[in-house]
Design a protein around this ligand. Structure first.
Ligand code: ATP
Length: 604
């Protein structure tokens, strides 16, 4: 038992740290942790768990970090040992390790001089509570004079530390503890100490998956026992560890693995977001459970305005979109937005939409144990869907061809592929697990379009927002010389300047007809049809198979044509007539070349 009631000597912790450093075997690590937890009073077990990971809180809380630089640590060591900064620095350079330098200097410390200075020699063993609260104070101290205060606080701890304790304290404040103890190992040890049966381990894990805070779980377990964990519910404001998908490469395999029927959803290529709402308060957590709320004031507003439930936890993907056409933009644009310092400019330049795909909690009801179909229905009922905040595109099917067609549609719309979700009654939300209830089906290749193409405008779509009153996108086609027909390849809305856009209605005014032109082959319904005449130069990310565009229809694959993904307008080509446009055969050649490049890239 602990020498200090309700607390633990810091030495008990550092003794274990030292032993943990000598092993990489999980069973040995577990045994050491069991020893430690047995000695640890419930009141401090959370602190022990955090300190063991070299932190004070779970990362997602976004609490201030310790933030002590090398210089200041050197000053604190000097203060605690009586050696000058220069000596500390020399020792640090010699050993290349500030923790070790502290250890050695502590063991040689000028005890006599210090004793003389302080009058009496006080030996006050450090406790976990003192270490934790002092480090917490160091982290939270800000403003003028805070640097000196931080040094003084750390110096005070090092003063009372043994040589070994000093080594680990320095490592913790440097953010370099790195004991390599996985969370799973800590859970094993907690189960052995507090659980009576083997069943305790999954209960602990589930509780952890629901709150992402192992310190909190350990404390609840130590204070209230395993039953308290069993009844632990999700809490708004605490992230739930995300469910992850397995991967397969054919619709047939997917259907076999999921029981014959799936909910197939677009797999959007953006940033995963777990959005928590409690009245007006919103939290947004990333895939790695970082708190990214402040990066998305726009998403906060969507959540506030369009989630009808008072309290909810929903999941979705944040994707950059073209504000005028609503089309999805590539993942790289979201990364560009992240790099911007001024969040409000970034928001305007890179607007986003959220595509929701799950519901974990709503107004007092935990949905994580409910089957997907119930979760999705409830999700739909609590969202006021808008262009900027809506449910992921989805179909329910048991037909492999339909899955394939939906997959092609997803790719062409700018998605990465699809996520197929099992529909049976046991298809719950498996927090923190990668399993077969969700299967991703992505392309296994990626290739760049090398060349531009010249395409004919055969129709247009009305613009919205900034583009109201003009066209938002043009429907573009390649030429098929055999049939003397124009077959569609893409809808282009990006790359136009404001001036280009303004001129569009005037430019096409005399070409408008009230039906699809007889020389145009299109499955897509444009808002306005044109006589094929005006040619534009276009570049895209790549050529893909498409269930919508009619270029080279059925020749590469039954039920599919070819399309250009992420097309951008470059310039008009008044020097070209419609029959001078790139032909469907040329597009097919480009596609085949792309496939060959991919094959070559795969070769060893
Ligand atoms: P990991 O599987 O490790 O998450 P990853 O982060 O690269 O890898 P993928 O495995 O490729 O992501 O796919 C899973 C991710 O797909 C989810 O984490 C989520 O961000 C994203 N996603 C997009 N659309 C959906 C959807 N409709 N349903 C579920 N996940 C989706």
């Amino acid at each position: 038992m602990s020498a200090v009631k309700g607390d633990l000597e810091f030495k008990a912790l550092t003794d274990i740290f030292e032993k943990l450093e000598l092993t990489t075997k999980r069973t040995e690590m577990t045994a050491l942790l069991v020893q430690l937890f047995r000695k640890t009073p419930a009141e401090v077990i959370d602190k022990v768990v955090y300190l063991m990971q070299g932190k004070l809180y779970p990362d997602w809380m976004g609490m201030p970090e310790l933030g002590i630089g090398e210089r200041l640590i050197i000053r604190a060591i000097s203060m605690a040992t009586g050696f000058s900064d220069g000596v500390v620095e020399k020792e640090f350079k010699r050993l290349g390790d500030l923790g070790k330098a502290a250890e050695i200097l502590k063991s040689k410390k000028r005890q006599a001089a210090l004793t003389a200075f302080f009058g009496i020699q006080v030996v006050k063993p450090l406790t976990v509570t003192r270490v934790y609260t002092t480090l917490d104070k160091i982290a939270k101290t800000t403003g003028p004079g805070s640097i000196d205060l931080k040094v003084k606080l750390l110096g005070g701890l090092l003063q009372d530390a043994t040589a070994k304790e000093a080594k680990y304290l320095v490592r913790i404040v440097e953010g370099r503890l790195r004991l390599g103890v996985a969370e799973a190992t800590m859970m094993d040890a907690l189960a052995i100490v507090y659980g009576k049966t083997k069943l305790a381990r999954p209960v602990i894990e589930r509780a952890y998956n629901l709150c992402s805070d192992l310190g909190y779980v350990a404390r609840l377990l130590a204070e209230k026992g395993i039953e308290a964990l069993k009844t632990m519910a999700v809490t708004v404001g605490r992230p739930i560890r995300p469910m992850l998908a397995e991967r397969l490469s054919s619709p047939r395999e997917i259907l076999m693995k999921t029981g014959g029927k799936v909910l197939a959803e677009f797999k959007y290529d953006g940033e995963r977001a777990q959005i928590h709402k409690k009245g007006d308060k919103i939290w947004i957590f990333s895939r790695r459970l970082e708190n990214i709320t402040h990066q998305y004031p726009d998403v906060q507003d969507y959540a506030r305005n369009y989630i009808k439930a008072n309290e909810a936890i929903v999941e979705g993907e944040i994707v950059c979109i073209d504000p005028d056409t609503g089309e999805l933009r590539p993942f790289q644009e979201l990364m560009r937005r992240r790099r911007k310092h001024d969040i409000h400019t970034a928001m305007k330049e890179y607007p986003v939409s959220v595509f929701l795909f799950d519901l974990l909690y709503a107004d007092g009801v935990d949905y994580t144990q409910k089957p997907i179909i119930e979760r999705r229905e409830k999700l739909k009922s609590i969202i006021d869907e808008t262009d900027r905040f809506r449910l992921a595109e989805a179909i329910i099917t048991d037909n492999p061809d339909e899955i394939e067609e939906f997959f092609l549609k997803a790719i062409e719309s700018g998605c990465e592929g699809i996520v197929a979700k099992a529909l049976h009654q046991n298809a719950i939300y498996q927090a923190g697990a990668r399993g077969w209830l969700w299967i991703k089906y992505k392309r296994d290749y990626k290739s760049e379009m090398m060349d531009t193409v010249d395409l004919v405008a055969v129709g247009a779509f009305y613009g919205r927002g900034r583009r109201a009153g003009t066209y938002g996108a043009l429907l573009m086609a390649a030429y098929d010389p055999e049939a003397d027909v124009f077959r569609t390849v893409c809808k282009v809305g990006s790359g136009f300047t404001d001036e280009d856009l303004e001129k569009l209605p005037e430019m096409f005014k005399d070409l408008i007809i009230d039906h699809k032109h007889p020389r145009v082959d299109s499955k897509m319904e444009a808002d306005v049809w044109f006589v094929p005449q005006i040619v534009a130069e276009i570049i895209g990310a790549e050529i893909t198979l498409s269930p919508i565009h009619t270029c080279y229809w059925g020749k590469m694959k039954p039920g599919a044509g070819l399309a250009i993904r992420f097309p951008r307008f470059i310039r008009w080509r008044p020097d070209k007539g419609p029959e001078d446009a790139t032909t469907v055969h040329e597009i097919a050649e480009m596609y085949k070349k792309q496939l060959r490049r991919v094959e070559e890239a795969k070769m060893p």
